[in-house]
Design a protein around this ligand. Structure first.
Ligand SMILES: [Zn+2]
Length: 91
């Protein structure tokens, strides 16, 4: 029996082998710390992606799509923080 929890991944981010800050935006080709390359690394799971990852300056039009999916995973506090950051960047 397959007991693995199925967690949705996104091709917009990928994981390197670092213990911290291992989520990279898909526009990054490689991790400068561990040397992992995007092409050889797994897609990130939605629940691993942090607010700072979403606020990556590239392709903001896709952020809304990711945020929509993240609603199930992040707390209300994180969501508030996220919205406040977006608002402050637009001013
Ligand atoms: Zn790394």
């Amino acid at each position: 029996m397959n007991t693995l929890l199925t967690i949705e991944t996104t091709p917009l981010f990928w994981d390197c082998e670092c213990n911290d800050n291992y989520v990279h935006h898909y526009t990054e080709q490689a991790c400068s710390s561990c040397g992992c390359e995007r092409n050889e690394s797994p897609d990130s799971r939605l629940n691993e992606i942090g607010i700072d990852d979403i606020l990556h300056p590239h392709t903001p039009e896709r952020n809304a799509h990711i945020l929509q999916k993240l609603i199930d995973f992040i707390s209300e506090e994180q969501m508030t923080m996220f919205v406040q950051k977006i608002i402050s960047e637009e001013q």
